[in-house]
Write a protein that binds this ligand. Structure first.
Ligand code: GLN
Length: 310
């Protein structure tokens, strides 16, 4: 069946209307005080298609904290550094516990399950810090995101970073466990300071959808990563991008995707689309409740899945 761009627009409008009408929206993240005040009624969805068009619905121009979606970009940068022993320091297996589980890190003797759980992302940030100051590393991460999104206006929200620095006790604990197992090259302060700041990148839904085009294989100018890295990142997004909810997400949506506790999800339809959703209410695994429902509806309506012929 040929599905044209008009039909995408119709589906997005329908998704937007049903999201607005839904009463059960989940709970916003409260452990980062700055995120606790975000309006749970916000909803946005945006889709970049292979022909260069971008279609959107909802609060698409309101910036939000991308949080763990930033781990996609830091992984891309870390994989771009040849000669690193990255995969000796981080696993590639889905996690069975929460994204900030100390127990899982302890059981695995300081080797995080994958680069998307917090401990794995902290090691990834530590890798990027090699040979750079935190300011230089953050400038590199921000430039990567700005280039991916074709928007030099994207910024870090320092108040969100500060909020997490003061209240992110589990992340401090994870960093110290990593250090105890000799899996951090830099101090907990330097590594977490950099990590909290890249999690605090603020983007609109439209910017976030554009930032995933390199993972959909679209030609958007400068090549950000090698094709082999795209393959690895998408595989990890599918298996680990929603933490211990990744199996459920693959079952319902069938696309590589990464969530963040700010309520964002970035989902990739290889060769066809880069999709971003934003709905701040989360499910019990810390993934956006309405964002997942929206992607489920869109992927079914469009026949988008990595598991079936499109
Ligand atoms: N900055 C958040 C944290 O470290 C990111 C977690 C997330 O988005 N799942 O807890």
């Amino acid at each position: 069946m040929v599905r044209n761009e008009r039909s995408v627009e119709g589906v997005l409008e329908r998704i937007f209307r049903s999201a607005k009408a839904t009463k059960t929206k989940g709970d916003v993240a409260k452990y980062i005080p700055e995120l606790a005040s975000v309006d749970p009624d916000r909803f946005a969805i945006s889709v970049c298609l292979s022909d260069g068009r971008q279609l959107s619905a909802g609060d698409v121009s309101t910036p939000f904290s991308i949080q763990s979606v930033s781990k996609v970009f830091t992984l891309a940068i870390a994989l771009g550094r040849r000669g690193e022993s990255f995969w000796q320091r981080v696993g590639r297996e889905p996690s069975t516990n929460a994204f900030n589980s100390l127990q899982e890190l302890e059981v695995r003797q300081g080797i995080p399950s994958n680069p998307f759980v917090n401990a794995g992302a902290i090691v990834t940030t530590d890798t990027i810090l090699a040979g750079s100051s935190p300011a230089e590393a953050l400038a590199e991460i921000l430039l990567f995101v700005q280039t991916a999104a074709s928007d030099s206006g994207i910024r870090i929200d320092p108040s969100v970073a500060e909020s997490e620095k003061l209240s992110g006790h589990k992340n401090w604990a994870l960093a110290h466990v990593l250090a105890a197992y000799d899996n951090l090259a830099h101090s907990c302060e330097l590594t977490l300071g950099t990590y909290f700041h890249h999690c605090a990148i603020a983007m609109t839904c439209e910017q976030l959808a554009r930032s995933g085009r390199f993972l959909a294989g679209f030609d958007t100018g400068p090549q950000l990563v090698r094709a082999s890295s795209v393959r690895l990142i998408n595989a990890l997004m599918l298996t680990c991008g929603h933490y211990n909810g990744s199996g459920e997400f693959a079952y319902r949506v069938g696309l590589p995707a990464k969530s963040g506790v700010g309520g964002a999800i970035l989902a990739i339809v290889p060769g066809k689309a880069s999709i971003a959703t934003w709905a701040p209410g989360l499910d019990s695994n810390g993934n956006s409740l309405l964002g997942t429902a929206a992607l489920e509806e869109l992927s079914h309506a469009m026949g988008w899945s990595v598991f079936v012929r499109g």
